[in-house]
Design a protein around this ligand. Sequence first.
Ligand SMILES: Nc1ncnc2c1ncn2[C@@H]1O[C@H](COP(=O)(O)OP(=O)(O)OP(=O)(O)O)[C@@H](O)[C@H]1O
Length: 253
Amino acid sequence: MDPILKVQNVNKRFGGLKALDDVNLTVERGTVHAIIGPNGAGKSTLLNCFVGRLTPDTGTVMFDGVSLLGRKPHEINQLGVSRVFQTPEIFEALSVLENVMVAALAHRDGAFRMNAWGALDAEVEIRDRVLATLEDVGLAQRRAMEAAALSRGDKRRLELAMCLVQDPKLLLLDEPTAGMARADTNNTIDLLKRLSEERGITKVVIEHDMHVVFSLAHRISVMAQGHVIVEDRPENIKGNPKVQEAYLGGAHA
Ligand SMILES: Nc1ncnc2c1ncn2[C@@H]1O[C@H](COP(=O)(O)OP(=O)(O)OP(=O)(O)O)[C@@H](O)[C@H]1O
């Protein structure tokens, strides 16, 4: 057992709503850990607590032995946590290549506090890595294209490249195939599997598409009403009565 992420007794309220109710979660290094659950279960809220967008009211979030609580998003990013959002956060007016360059520089320099000279030096240093990453995600041919002109699937691949170029220890994927056609979804599954095999990056994936979840995950945590109701291997999840109840809408922790 070698946990990279350990969440203990995390609670988060929004006014009267208990969005996270005593959440415990352990992610083992090198694994793909899926978080599933019905709409409003608290999945995105939990992910937001990992990246510094939200601070839990109580509880602890430890990454590689270091607390993530109270840290700014860019500090957490520099510790080795990257996130792919539901809606790609890319620079539409820049080229595909420039987007990945910016991500690489931001990681090196912290937030977006770059200076022009530093950026020029870095361009020489990191251009090869950027190109290799674009090759990895299948966007090398489109590197000169304006990001705005990419298809939805390619925009998500670009955002993935922007994360990968930062060589993260932990990659958080929020519905990585949302809105994709089946063929594109399958390409993304293949890409994520290949990345797991080649780079061994630990991943936490929030996903509604069970085909994606069962293709990728080593462990699955099921959330309902702010609580993790079950955590198990994929083969034990489908038939679990608590999980079935959660998806029918009547779950209680
Ligand atoms: N900033 C906020 N202010 C108030 N309520 C919020 C806020 N963010 C989330 N919530 C509420 O917290 C609960 C959990 O939401 P969350 O988005 O984490 O669920 P989810 O499991 O990610 O759902 P989905 O699968 O639909 O994305 C919901 O009831 C939601 O309306």
